[in-house]
Design a protein around this ligand. Sequence first.
Ligand code: 2F8
Ligand code: CA
Length: 135
Amino acid sequence: QMVSQDWNYFKGNFYYFSYTPKTWYSAQQFCMSRNSHLTSVTSKSEQEFLYKTASDFPFWIGLTKTGSEGNWFWTDNTPFNDPSLRFWIPGEPNNAGNNEHCALIRIPLLMSWNDASCDKTLPFVCKQPYVPSEP
Ligand code: 2F8
Ligand code: CA
């Protein structure tokens, strides 16, 4: 597994914090071109790692909807079914203007997710699993 030194290791995954603003889709395309996805959040400690490591807010994460009225899902196929692992800011997601279908971490706090327009250009975080042994 080739991972450049720009990637940051945490508990079995490598993370790339990009401060070059992109739309959600274009950020996801960037991550996919680097064998990764926009980051999922699978634990409280991962959520804390993300908001503590990023030095600029807000930033895109890999959470979006199946359609404008669809269900939220993680682009890396992590299940989105555990209510204790949803870190929305109180009052979010509110789908403001009926046009907020992508999620971001907005503030350096545990409960920090907001839904926003996917067309916003923001910093973002890519994640790829560490593959322990490759020939
Ligand atoms: O107050 C929360 C609200 O703040 C903004 O709307 C005024 C955000 N909009 C954008 O970031 C475009 C909402 O997503 C957010 O819910
Ligand atoms: Ca919102």
